[in-house]
Ligand binder design. Structure first.
Ligand code: NAI
Length: 251
């Protein structure tokens, strides 16, 4: 896919085996410049090195998406430096596999702050810039958990936050469609990354894969392929949509 001359901001893209990292890699391989924004500075440095090694163009931005002040400051700096940001992928996310009876208010807020409020802050502060350019591609990461309950990976807070991301994305799509800005979500099912890796025994993974019509967990490439398409110029008439990436789990 061609991203020549375009700049993308991908949040939560530092984690080595993560979905965001692969999205950043694909955009940079398509000739785009990628700003990798993440809370984890050490992982960020490695992420930029890896993309450089593949002859891509990547910059790092240490960013906690839950802090409105830091988001605003960081976006002002980035817009000043890159002069235009065409693509935003709101990928930063966390989960906790806590049952509804045991979720504390603090944990509820944390899950909402990272997954939902962070998506809101980054989107809200980038939108005026995209409106000015009359161009923008926003892709948000929701989850199968937002549609059918958390299962073992996410509690009800995670499910609620991801369902909220979908609603938010549709509302932004409606408000921004006449400014050349699209807003879509992708809803991954079981994807092999650090977020899931630590939570599964081999036996449990096998059992879960057996319930998926495709009989396998998804890969970060499976998700990034769909995100990258929604980030292209060619996807201009698709907005307010959600793509399920789950090997047929909803059939
Ligand atoms: P990951 O744990 O590999 O990566 C998440 C990244 O977000 C990390 O680099 C982390 O440092 C960063 N991050 C965490 N808090 C942050 C904050 N406050 N500010 C900025 N960055 C922050 O996760 P993974 O699996 O790659 O997930 C990516 C997205 O996909 C998340 O939104 C997740 O909820 C969603 N997702 C993942 C699925 C899976 O099976 N792995 C399934 C469905 C959705």
């Amino acid at each position: 896919m061609n991203f020549e001359g375009q700049t993308a901001l991908v949040t939560g893209a530092a984690s080595k085996r993560g979905i965001g990292r692969e999205i950043a890699r694909q955009i940079s391989q398509g000739g785009g410049t990628v700003i990798i924004a993440d809370i984890n500075q050490e992982m960020l440095e490695n992420a930029v090195k890896d993309i450089d090694q593949e002859k891509g163009s990547a910059y790092s931005a240490v960013l906690d998406v839950t802090s409105e002040e830091k988001v605003k400051q960081s976006l002002d700096e980035l817009i000043g430096k890159f002069s235009k940001i065409d693509i935003l992928v709101n990928n930063a996310g966390i989960t906790r596999p806590t049952g509804v009876l045991d979720i504390s208010e603090e944990e509820w807020d944390l899950i909402f702050d990272v997954n939902m409020k962070g998506t809101f802050f980054v989107t809200q502060h980038l939108l005026p810039h995209m409106k000015e350019n009359n161009y923008g591609r926003i892709v948000n990461l929701s989850s199968v958990s937002g549609k059918r309950g958390g299962g073992i990976f996410g509690g009800s807070h995670y499910s609620a936050a991801k369902a909220a991301v979908t609603g938010f994305s549709k509302a932004v799509a409606r408000e921004m469609a006449s400014f050349g800005i699209t807003s879509n979500t992708v809803a991954p099912g079981l994807i092999a990354t650090d977020i899931t890796g630590g939570m599964l025994t081999d036996e449990k993974k096998k059992q879960l894969e057996n319930d998926i019509p495709a009989k396998r967990a998804g890969t970060v490439e499976d998700v990034a392929n769909a995100v990258a398409f929604l980030a292209t110029k060619e996807s201009s008439y698709i907005t307010g949509e959600e793509i399920d990436i789950n090997g047929g789990s909803h059939i």
